[in-house]
Design a protein around this ligand. Structure first.
Ligand SMILES: *Cc1c(COP(=O)(O)O)cnc(C)c1O
Length: 468
């Protein structure tokens, strides 16, 4: 299997190349040249597989340049009950009104990003070792991504992580989670500024090509193809778990920000998994809901992006959305390049002529949720089911209940546990969220973090010093 770019101007690459890759050289995102097709007999065979074996079967269709024994060792090592809390890895629960929840947040940082990042950490180590290379990850985080990356790469050979976070701006729990890591290869850098300042520093360092080359600087952002494909696995696992047999249809509802999670659902559907509808749930930052209602994509400026109580969905443009649009326009890279020139110019584009395809051929539908909706849903599900939802998952459940039609079964993806977002849970329920075993007293652990001014030169010298 070879990989091409959504903008059509990249020489085909192998899977291993995409693991270490950020944007494609033409500015696009990597995608397989075609989606492998899964027939009924294969679905029947896969239904009974334990999660790590299912992950292996799906990944071997994509990672064709990795020897199968090595790939099997990687998935077996990644998806363990010790790391994800149960042998099921992604159990399903059913609320009393019939809406189902796919638990994806039982990994080390209590958010669904662990599902992909834990595999990516092992893939990084494997590919770097094979090539005799080293890599230094430089990233910026406002919370979930940074900690998932650190927990995935801690203690790994040939890789260091330098993670910038805005000093004093993350929750006490999130800070404790990241800064309490004491592994030699994890470097927490608190920047006196906002998240945007952290991101600007990352960009400035990336643009210093000499420095980037000399210090082997890489990224682990949400456009990484290996992350998307790792997420495809739990759509299959969730489908098998929530249905009785492969004749049934199932819809998924996905709390969305950068469109990475639901993009994996789109790919699973294209592979032949009997997914009925893909329901995209947004918060007040509704750029995606607007597209799926009207066919018009109108990215927002930072100034038009709201700070909400489901902060991991606070985006102005959805980076992975480009992968879906590539399929929507018949895989025409030149057309995608044209559309994204309009996005970069702040204008966006109008694909309303293709709205029937978006709905009928690709199965997409959407809805939005507000702060009041979020609180009401958290309260209602707590009262009816004694389940405490995190604010992002609550957005998904709200939208699922709103758009589902009689006879439709909807599986909502749980994107985080409520323990990470105590403030909103207190506001909704007037009590502390439940905390999983092993996280008691995490705020009291010693923390390892360096605080610096928002200045790229300072961060560069810090990196140079650490690697000397
Ligand atoms: C990252 C994240 C999301 C958004 O996922 P995308 O793949 O960016 O659409 C939603 N909820 C939580 C808790 C997250 O961490």
């Amino acid at each position: 299997m070879k990989y091409i770019s959504t903008r059509g101007a990249m020489a085909p690459l192998e899977f291993s190349d995409t693991v270490l890759m950020g944007l494609a050289p033409d500015g696009g995102l990597a995608l397989p040249e075609r989606y492998p097709q899964v027939d009924r007999a294969t679905l029947d065979a896969w239904r009974a597989l334990p999660y790590p074996e299912l992950a292996f079967e799906i990944l071997r269709l994509y990672a064709t340049d990795i020897p199968e024994d090595d790939l099997k060792a990687l998935t077996t090592r990644t998806y363990t009950a010790a790391v994800f809390g149960s042998a099921a890895i992604t159990p399903v629960k059913t609320l009393h009104d019939g809406v189902k929840i796919l638990e994806l947040s039982n990994g080390p940082t209590l958010a669904f990003k662990d599902m992909a990042m834990q595999l990516l950490g092992n893939l990084f180590e494997y590919v770097l070792q094979k090539r005799g290379e080293r890599l230094n990850i430089l990233g910026a985080t406002s919370g979930d991504t940074g900690s998932a990356a650190e927990y995935a790469l801690r203690g790994k050979a040939n890789v260091n992580v330098f993670m910038l976070s805005p000093a004093g701006k993350m929750s006490v729990f999130q800070r404790a989670q990241m800064y309490s890591l004491t592994d030699e290869n994890i470097h927490n850098i608190a920047v006196r500024g906002m998240f945007d300042d952290c991101q600007d520093i990352v960009k400035a360092v990336q643009n210093d090509h000499a420095f980037k080359e000399a210090y082997r600087i890489g990224t682990v952002n949400s456009i990484n193809w290996a992350r998307v494909v790792a997420q495809v696995v739990y759509y299959f696992a969730g489908y098998f778990n929530a249905t009785a047999n492969n004749d049934e249809k199932l819809s998924f509802c996905v709390p969305s920000g950068n469109f990475g999670n639901v993009c994996a659902g789109h790919i699973a559907r294209q592979m032949g998994l009997p997914i009925d509808r893909l329901i995209v749930a947004t918060n007040e930052n509704d750029v995606l809901d607007e597209f799926f209602r009207t066919g018009v994509y109108r990215p927002r400026s930072t100034a038009e992006t709201f700070v909400t109580s489901s902060p991991s969905m606070d985006i102005s443009k959805a980076s992975n959305f480009e992968r879906f649009v590539f399929d929507l326009v018949g895989r025409d890279g030149a057309e995608v390049a044209r559309l994204w020139r309009a996005v970069d110019a702040g204008v966006g584009f109008d694909l309303s002529a293709r709205l029937a395809d978006v709905r009928e051929r690709f199965g997409f539908v959407s809805g939005a949720s507000s702060h009041a909706d979020r609180l009401a849903t958290i309260r209602q599900i707590d009262a009816e089911d004694s389940v405490v939802l995190d604010p992002h998952t609550a957005d998904g459940v709200k939208v699922a209940r709103e758009v589902r039609i009689p006879g439709e079964t909807v599986l909502c993806l749980e994107t985080a546990l409520p323990a990470k977002f105590a403030e909103t849970i207190r506001e909704a329920l007037d009590r502390e969220p439940p905390r999983p075993a092993g996280f008691d007293g995490i705020e009291d652990l010693p923390q390892r973090v360096v605080e610096v001014d928002a200045d790229a030169a300072t961060v560069k010298s810090l990196i140079a010093h650490a690697l000397a």
